[in-house]
Design a protein around this ligand. Structure first.
Ligand code: SF4
Length: 277
C-alpha cells in the first residue's frame, strides 16, 4: 500500500514549502493538504488566498478539518467552555479549533500504518522542541512524522515566490500566521490588534468579561485588555510602530519611554502549536 503523505498546511509560508517539497518527492497524487479553516474575522483573507494558491499550484484540493461549528472563533469557543485554558495549561482554542478536529480527521481517514504526517518546523531550538513533542504525541498514536525543512538535506524550493506565489501579506506585520488576536501571543501582538483591529480587541474584552478571567497573566497577576488600553493609546499617539518585526527588547524599550510598562511580561510570541496543527 502506498503511504498517504499528510501535510499540515496551515496557511503559513513554511508549511507551504513543505507541501511543495513533499509533492515533488512523492507525487501530488499521494499528498493530502490538511488545513483548519479559521473564521474569516481572525484568519486574514490573504492567508486564505495563499493556501488556496498553493493547493491550486499542486493541483490538489484543500482538505479541511475544522470544528463542526465553523462560525466560532477563538473567543467563542472559550466563552462557550467558560475558560481560556484546558487542564494542562495550554490554550483551549488550540484544542477545540485545531487539535480535536485533526485527531478526528486522522482517525476517520488515515490509518497509522499507511500515513506520514509532515510539519513545517524550522531548525531553531524552540522548533526542535516542538518537533520532539509532535513526534512523541503522534508516535504514541502509531503515526510517523517528518519535518522536511530540518531533516531533508537538499531543498528544491526556498520561497513560494519562486513559483509565482506571494507569501501572505500578513508577514509584513506579523512573524507568524496565527489567528489575529491569538490567545497565546504576547502584548506586542496585542498592541497590533489594538492599533489595527479594534473589532477583535473588543471581542477579546467581551470574552474576558464573560469568562471572568484575563487572557494575559503577567508575573502571576491577571492583566486585562482594559488595563492596557490607556497605555496602548499613549503608545499609539506617540507613534510606536504596530509590528512584530521590531525585536521585543527594542519594542518595549521604546514603549517604556512613553508609558510605565514594567509589570508586563515580555512573553515570546510563538507560532501556535496548532498553527502547524
Ligand atoms: S493561533 Fe492562537 S488563537 Fe488561534 S487557535 Fe492557535 S492559540 Fe488559539
Amino acid at each position: 500500500m502506498t503511504d498517504k503523505h499528510i501535510v499540515c498546511h496551515s496557511g503559513g509560508h513554511s508549511s507551504a514549502l513543505v507541501a511543495i517539497e513533499v509533492a515533488r518527492k512523492f507525487g501530488a497524487e499521494n499528498v493530502v493538504l490538511l488545513n483548519h479553516d479559521m473564521h474569516f474575522s481572525v484568519e486574514h483573507a490573504d492567508i486564505k488566498r495563499f493556501k488556496q494558491e498553493i493547493a491550486d499550484y499542486l493541483g490538489l484540493p484543500l482538505t479541511i478539518a475544522s470544528r463542526r461549528n465553523a462560525t466560532q472563533d477563538q473567543f467563542d469557543v472559550c466563552v462557550e467552555a467558560g475558560a481560556f485554558k484546558v487542564g494542562n495549561g495550554s490554550e483551549l482554542c488550540t484544542s477545540r479549533l485545531k487539535t480535536e478536529p485533526f485527531y478526528e480527521w486522522l482517525a476517520a481517514n488515515a490509518p497509522p500504518t499507511e500515513s506520514v504526517v509532515y510539519y513545517g518546523f524550522d531548525n531553531t531550538p524552540k522548533e526542535r522542541e516542538r518537533m520532539q513533542r509532535r513526534t512523541g504525541v503522534l508516535g504514541s498514536m502509531g503515526y510517523r512524522t517528518d519535518y522536511p525543512l530540518v531533516t531533508w538535506g537538499d531543498r528544491s524550493i526556498l520561497a513560494t515566490e519562486e513559483v509565482g506565489i506571494a507569501r501572505p501579506s500578513t508577514y509584513e506585520t506579523f512573524t507568524h500566521g496565527n489567528c489575529i488576536g491569538c490567545l497565546k501571543a504576547g502584548w506586542q501582538h496585542w498592541y497590533i490588534v489594538y492599533c489595527t483591529r479594534m473589532d477583535i480587541w473588543l471581542k477579546g474584552k467581551w470574552a474576558e468579561e464573560e469568562i471572568g478571567y484575563a487572557i494575559h497573566y503577567d508575573n502571576g497577576q491577571p492583566v486585562y485588555l482594559e488595563d492596557m488600553e490607556p497605555r496602548f493609546a499613549s503608545m499609539k499617539a506617540a507613534g510606536v510602530p504596530a509590528t512584530e518585526h521590531i525585536p521585543q527588547q527594542r519594542f518595549w524599550a521604546q514603549a517604556r519611554k512613553i508609558v510605565p510598562i514594567h509589570d508586563i511580561q515580555q512573553r515570546m510570541d510563538l507560532p501556535c502549536d496548532c498553527h502547524q496543527i
